[in-house]
Design a binder for this molecule. Structure first.
Ligand code: PMP
Length: 432
């Protein structure tokens, strides 16, 4: 197979004609498929159904320390849930607060509190002329939406295969006191599946921020979400590394069981230094009397410990791995030889990040939509929804069934070829 960029105009025109016919046929089928959001399939959700039967009356009455979990109290989470969530991210349970059902909600609260009250006695961000956040790109759209909502200026930091470009991160953080935070997904990043190297984590821990209230927002959402038994990423523990570097208060770490058990009905946690926890609890105590301890207890009884979570995640991986592999195989077969797309095969997380030819992503996604396949919106993985190269497409293969995913990928491939062939034709025409 010849690459599109190497084809003559006549060859491209012939290819275009064929693809247009194919696209017309696909449209006529009237598909309705979705590869937009990183949601577990119902088969994955079925894995956790016993969570709902795990508590006996006696269990609910008493947590480890004798607390009646049916009642008010224990604002920062029951001890055994702290221990479980500490094991997920590899920190001490003394550094953990267990919240309700959503880590995104905790992140929003951290930014909101920094804006309204300030962090650890520092000036509230809302009283400052300008506040900036660093945003590794491509990244998670909902992170960027939080900072955008509070009017925080977002600065793009390119991702490398080892994490964010640390030369740039150091330049901004160490020299500009208006830079107050950075969004990080350190393991199996959303959407590229990048795992931060040890050097990257150490460079984060050794930052010398110009702002006393600079914080790393370390969203360890995919800490246990490996696709393979024999290829599991581990990252350095950011809390330990920050403490070692003399920066114990520089990081807030987030995690949840959203893509372990039930999204929206799991448990979420924050881990940080003693000083930060004190600061957070002083406001949290006004906000709530306590989160859902019955659900916390349920998760502990169900998993028992990290080994229980690991065994459960292996079952999750067995369901989603074939989907990732089928998608990657199809792309390897149909797209790679034509030179019209790049991606890195992920070994964990929830996404495949597809890089089309420049200037094609929006049109590919539009064409998919017209043919009944919904993809994540173009530009979504960038602050303000602006993908300067118009080339990044986030593919979420977990939700559809294998059969649906196959059909959706076929549509995606045809649309990618069609838009790319047109782009290459434009180029040959502009050369004449
Ligand atoms: N962080 C990242 C990186 C995510 O991909 C997601 C879910 N898509 C979340 C957070 C949301 O987590 P939660 O359900 O705990 O709010």
């Amino acid at each position: 197979m010849k690459k599109y960029q190497e084809m003559t105009k006549a060859e491209l025109l012939q290819e275009k004609q064929q693809l247009e016919a194919e696209y017309k046929k696909i449209k006529e089928i009237g598909l309705q498929l979705n590869m937009a959001r990183g949601k577990p399939s119902s088969e994955q959700l079925d894995l956790s159904m016993d969570l709902l039967n795990v508590l006996t009356k006696d269990d609910i009455l008493k947590a480890e320390d004798g607390t009646d979990c049916r009642n008010y109290g224990i604002m920062d989470g029951i001890e055994e849930a702290k221990e479980l969530m500490a094991e997920v991210v590899g920190c001490k349970k003394e550094n953990v607060i267990v919240y309700g059902n959503s880590s995104l909600n905790i992140m929003y609260d951290q930014v909101a509190r920094a804006e309204i009250f300030g962090i650890c006695g520092n000036t509230p961000w809302s009283k400052l002329d300008k506040v900036k956040f660093l945003c590794p790109v491509p990244g998670y759209d909902r992170h960027f939406k939080i900072t955008q909502t509070f009017g925080i200026e977002m600065i793009n930091i390119p991702m490398t295969s080892e994490g964010p470009d640390m030369d740039l991160v150091e330049k901004y953080v160490n020299n500009d006191e208006r830079v107050k935070g950075i969004w990080c997904v350190p393991k199996y990043s959303n959407p590229q599946g990048v795992v931060y190297s040890d050097e990257t984590v150490r460079r984060f821990a050794n930052l010398k921020p110009a702002a006393k209230d600079f914080r790393i927002f370390w969203d360890n959402a995919y800490a246990v979400h490996h696709l393979y038994e024999d290829n599991q990423a581990e990252i350095l523990n950011i809390l330990d590394e920050c403490a070692k570097a003399g920066n114990p208060d520089m990081v807030y770490q987030f995690c949840s069981t959203s893509k372990v058990t039930f999204p929206g009905a799991g448990i979420a946690a924050l881990s940080s230094s003693e000083e930060n926890l004190k600061d957070i609890k002083s406001k949290l105590t006004v906000q709530t009397i306590g989160h859902d301890k019955i659900n916390q207890l349920r998760h502990v009884k169900y998993f028992k410990n990290i080994d229980g979570i690991k065994a459960h995640m292996k079952k999750q991986a067995d369901i989603i791995r074939p989907k990732f592999e089928m998608l990657i195989d199809m792309l390897n077969e149909e797209i790679k030889p034509l030179g019209i797309g790049n991606w890195v095969d992920p070994v964990g997380g929830y996404f495949v990040c597809f890089e089309s030819l420049e200037g094609c992503a929006k049109e590919i996604i539009g064409k998919c939509k017209e043919a009944g396949v919904t993809m994540t919106g173009a530009g979504a993985p960038f602050p303000y929804g602006k993908d300067e190269k118009d080339s990044t497409i986030r593919i979420a293969p977990t939700y559809p069934s294998m059969d649906e995913l196959k059909k959706a990928t076929e549509v995606f491939i045809t649309c990618t070829k069609l838009v790319s062939v047109n782009k290459c034709l434009e180029k040959t025409e502009s050369k004449v």
